[in-house]
Ligand binder design. Structure first.
Ligand SMILES: Nc1ncnc2c1ncn2[C@@H]1O[C@H](COP(=O)(O)OP(=O)(O)O)[C@@H](O)[C@H]1O
Ligand SMILES: [Mg+2]
Length: 269
């Protein structure tokens, strides 16, 4: 069976793509899903730094350069997550041949249930290749007009590559403005909001600790939201609060995601 491949992108930089990709992947792994996280930000790779895997010599750069086998560039992350980081050097950026990405992913795909691809900011060849190879595109946007405009453009770009955007994760939100985001800011944007992630100091703290927030602060609001999304993408039904029930039910029905129905499991520390 091939893995389900999600590409995380945004258009605008600094919206939280890498933070989201790391935490979605760790949350899926925490649900005992065989998950691979790949950093396809070839010029400004952050995943290795975020997970303390930045000292490894063999990375996606070497694999895309044809100098290394992909299995030698996959490392152990938290919760049993597997990580294919990208190197930090500009020589690595120069030698990487993005046209190899499809073959690399085809090689690893049978070994995983989920592959999460983190991308660079903006429209570029590596992001195009990451969208072309995926099953679903997830946008990470912030509640700012520039982020929304860039996200809308990314939706068009995805469509040009033959991929629909599954939905957006709205990051760095203020919970008291949740309805205003839905009613005003995003009313005209035809992209479903899958989750809202609050502005939370646990994010910079977890990055400093080289650990995903879902591992370091598993009971924070942001971790609960990440786990809820991971459960939803896995087809796992979890207990819902009264207010959320209707919305989540509607969302799940709409998505019609197939899969096993297991009790929700919190990842272990
Ligand atoms: N929900 C959040 N709360 C607080 N800080 C956040 C949140 N999401 C992201 N950040 C911060 O925003 C910065 C950019 O995040 P990053 O994931 O690197 O963005 P991108 O990959 O889209 O460029 C990071 O320094 C991170 O600490
Ligand atoms: Mg990034």
């Amino acid at each position: 069976m091939a893995a389900k491949i999600y590409t995380v992108t945004s258009g605008k930089g600094g919206t939280g793509k890498s933070v989201f990709a790391v935490n979605l992947a760790a949350a899926l792994a925490g649900l005992a899903k065989r998950t691979l996280l790949i950093d396809v930000d070839l010029g400004m790779a952050d995943i290795g730094l975020m997970l303390g895997l930045d000292n490894n010599k063999i990375t996606l750069h070497e694999v895309l350069a044809g100098e290394a086998n992909v299995e030698d560039a996959i490392y152990d992350g938290p919760n049993g997550l597997k990580v294919l980081p990208c190197g930090l050097s500009l020589q690595g950026f120069k030698k990487a041949d993005i046209s190899r990405l499809t073959d690399v992913i085809a090689e690893v795909s049978p070994n995983f249930e989920f592959i999460i691809i983190d991308t660079a900011t903006g429209i570029n060849h590596a992001t195009a290749a990451s969208i072309e190879v995926c099953d679903e595109v997830l946008l990470v946007l912030t509640p700012e007009i520039t982020s929304i405009a860039n996200g809308s453009k990314m939706k068009v770009f995805s469509a040009l590559l033959g991929k629909e955007v599954t939905g957006m994760v709205l990051n760095r939100t203020m919970p008291e403005h949740a309805e205003a985001y839905r009613e005003k800011l995003f009313k005209s944007v035809d992209i479903e909001i899958l989750e809202m992630l609050p502005e939370d100091v646990s994010i910079p703290n977890s990055i400093a600790g080289k650990s995903p927030v879902v591992v370091k602060y598993p009971y924070s609001e942001i971790s609960i939201a990440m786990n809820r999304l991971a459960a939803s993408l896995s087809g796992i039904k979890m207990p819902e609060s009264g207010e959320e029930k209707g919305r989540i039910k509607q969302k799940n029905e709409k998505k019609n995601r197939a899969g096993v129905k297991l009790p929700f499991v919190q990842p272990k520390n």
